[in-house]
Design a protein around this ligand. Structure first.
Ligand SMILES: *Cc1c(COP(=O)(O)O)cnc(C)c1O
Length: 398
């Protein structure tokens, strides 16, 4: 079957909740993908940073296949021989005392929300059903009914009400707005340390530090959603490292499995995750041995291949080269590590379509921003190859 035939079937039988580029991928390796026609493309989205380690990483694949031969799912009614080791390795890598494993990112966000509320009632002593979790404008934390309740994106929210209450919204980066919204019912503030879906929005210097200080002063939990920014994408293991803060709760997902499988987790202290007693929260697939084996190897690859360091170095290199492109339509090139927002003064979609013709896959976010976020394994030579083509496309559309 060719591209057109696959697309016709997909459009006929699948819900149209995405607007994908018309490329039908069949194979992938490292930073490169191949479509059903045999065309090769550089992947500059990396599945929204789920494949930081590169597509079909051989070591993660081997761990995946090997574990699949032994046991894939026990449920948490029984124990398995992979999950304890994932717990220990996450602790050793991040310094957090405990992990609560889930599957998708949204589920881990929901878990963090439930943790903060329970902590609010049981530890902080907030009056019953009054707990508030402050979130930021232009946030992206996932797609469940509760999470879209506190989205500021009408597209994500409209006609999905009634909405879950208890999520005051503050302006991202505005510490005074946050101060004004804190009250005795505030259990937590949840932020992306850099906003990904909003277009790689880096908060003003000192913001996270000031948030942490306010949280400490007011006995509020500081939750960082590192699902996209974490595990090396930003050029640090976690984006919050840039301000030397220590969130009470960190949420991870995406690259935790190198793209093989949905694996997410909530990291925190014994005092905080200790609010959960048996039966109060769970997931059939959460913490399954296949997920745990894949996550263990995915973390090991990040460390062994120095992907965090590579992201920092090659991200600078990529950004410098993009900034050198001279075009009246480029408003800003911003980001951290290999997580670059390429901001235009015009619609980004035609650029993405022309980049596809040139052999580069990327996706617009918010109409006028292109996100460049290739696997962290990308080399300088591959970046040079990409920039040449990006420049060509930008000039052609000037
Ligand atoms: C992708 C993402 C999520 C949701 O993850 P899913 O696996 O799609 O549910 C949550 N938060 C952030 C910051 C994300 O980028």
């Amino acid at each position: 079957m060719n591209t057109k035939e696959f697309i016709e079937i997909e459009n006929e039988y699948g819900a149209h909740n995405y607007h994908p580029l018309d490329v039908v991928i069949k194979e992938a390796k490292g930073v490169w993908v191949t479509d059903v026609e045999g065309n090769k493309f550089m992947d500059c989205l990396a599945a929204y940073s789920a494949v930081n380690q590169g597509h079909c990483h051989p070591k993660i694949m081997a761990a995946f296949v090997e574990q699949a031969k032994h046991v894939t799912l026990t449920s948490r009614a029984f124990r398995n021989d992979q999950l304890p080791l994932l717990y220990k390795e996450l602790h050793d890598l991040t310094g957090y005392e405990m992990t609560l494993p889930m599957n998708s990112g949204a589920e881990a966000v929901e878990t963090a929300v439930k943790t903060a509320r329970k902590w609010g009632y049981q530890v902080k002593g907030i009056a019953k059903n009054k707990a508030e979790i402050i979130v930021a404008s232009d946030n992206f934390h996932g797609r469940t009914t509760t999470i879209v309740s506190f989205s500021t994106d009408e597209n994500a929210r409209a006609d999905f009400g009634p909405y879950t209450p208890g999520f005051p919204i503050v302006k991202y980066g505005d510490i005074d707005d946050l101060k004004a919204k804190i009250n005795e019912n505030t259990a937590a503030i949840m932020l992306e340390p850099i906003q990904g879906e909003a277009g790689i929005v880096v908060p003003p210097a000192g913001y996270l530090k000031a948030v942490e200080k306010l949280c400490k002063e007011n006995n509020i939990l500081f939750i960082c959603d590192e699902i996209q920014s974490g595990l090396g994408r930003s050029g640090r293991l976690f984006a919050y490292y840039y301000e030397d803060v220590r969130p009470d709760i960190v949420i991870i997902g995406k690259a935790l499995s190198g793209g093989f499988y949905p694996v997410s987790a909530v990291l925190s202290s014994k005092a905080i995750l200790g609010v959960f007693k048996p039966g109060e929260h769970g997931s059939t697939f959460g913490g399954n041995p296949l997920a745990a084996a894949v996550a263990r190897k995915s973390l090991q690859v990040i460390v062994e291949e120095k992907l965090v360091e590579k992201s920092a170095e090659n991200g600078e290199y990529f950004m410098d080269k993009l900034r050198a492109i001279d075009s009246p339509h480029i408003t800003e090139v911003r980001g951290r590590g290999l997580w670059i927002g390429f901001v235009l003064d015009t619609k980004a979609r035609p650029y993405c379509e022309n980049l596809m013709t040139e052999g580069i896959l990327c996706k617009e976010t918010h109409e006028n921003i292109i996100r460049f976020a290739p696997p962290l394994t990308i080399t300088k030579e591959e970046i040079d190859w990409a920039v040449e083509r990006i420049e060509k496309v930008v000039k052609a559309l000037d």
